[in-house]
Design a protein around this ligand. Structure first.
Ligand code: UDP
Length: 246
């Protein structure tokens, strides 16, 4: 358990196997792609905390969670982003419904996926509405398709609230909160260059490109401060215990 959130340690391939097994068994599979913002939000928002705790899969989407696990001796987490999962599911030919983002973006994202992955199966797309007012229409549209996994792009925490409310009413049993993935696929927001991603600097790139995200970056730094304080506390305890046992 990291501060605020318990994250799974599997790889992208393993998650895809688990999602496909859940689809085959018609078992519920809510996938949360977590980052430090989720962790901080879960600490103060009991409803989100409960939704994330009930999720069948919680991936470490943010580099900050991977670094935190290392610093706190909670093992080596693989970073698995919403982008990674969407690409792998498309390549595996799982029928996908793209829900969310601004009007027209899901359609462009679907076109980008089919251009990149010839095996991709797009069952449907719809911008819809993240609030409960849009639930009936979304369920009707999704259930009219043969979608097996719903990609929900309403950002955190709306996408997870949407999944918690609607997954029990869908024929599809798997749903993944994918944040800004459709914007990336549709070319609305460029992804950070590989060298920045490899160094965990995607947050900095996004801040420069979208300065309005500064509030979210502050949350990431609050998480970093919390992790450092927890690590120092752990080390002090460890030293005391070692001294005590001598
Ligand atoms: N979004 C939406 N409706 C909302 C809030 C957000 O469709 O009420 C979409 C937004 O257009 C974007 C996506 O949710 O495509 C994710 O947004 P954000 O960048 O906040 O997500 P992150 O990747 O940072 O979690």
């Amino acid at each position: 358990m990291l501060p605020g959130v318990a994250v799974d340690a599997a790889t992208c391939d393993e998650y895809v196997l688990r999602i496909r097994a859940a689809i085959a068994a018609r078992a519920r599979c809510h996938v949360v792609t977590a980052n430090p913002e989720y962790a901080m939000r879960c600490r103060r928002d009991a409803t989100l905390r409960e939704i994330v705790a009930r999720a069948e899969i919680v991936t470490a989407d943010g580099a900050g969670l991977v670094a935190a696990a290392r610093l706190l001796d909670r093992g080596n987490l693989s970073r698995v982003t919403g982008n990674d999962l969407v690409a792998a599911l498309a390549a595996a030919g799982v029928p996908l419904f793209l829900l969310g983002a601004a009007p027209g973006i899901a359609e462009n994202a679907a076109a980008a996926l089919t251009a990149r992955y010839p095996q991709a199966v797009i069952a449907g797309t719809w911008a819809g509405d993240a609030s409960a007012a849009g639930d009936c229409e979304a369920r009707r549209r999704i259930n009219a398709t043969a979608a097996q996994a719903i990609l929900v792009a309403y950002g955190m925490p709306k996408q997870d609230h949407w999944i918690a409310r609607n997954l029990p009413h869908l024929d599809a049993t798997a749903a993944i909160g994918v944040g800004g993935v459709f914007d990336y696929l549709a070319g609305q927001v460029p992804r950070a260059p590989q060298w920045m991603r490899a160094r965990g600097l995607e947050w900095f790139y996004r801040l420069v490109r979208q300065p309005s995200r500064w509030r979210r970056i502050v949350t990431v730094w609050q998480f970093a401060a919390l992790v450092c304080a927890t690590a120092i506390g752990q080390r002090i305890h460890h030293r005391r215990d070692t001294a005590h046992n001598v």
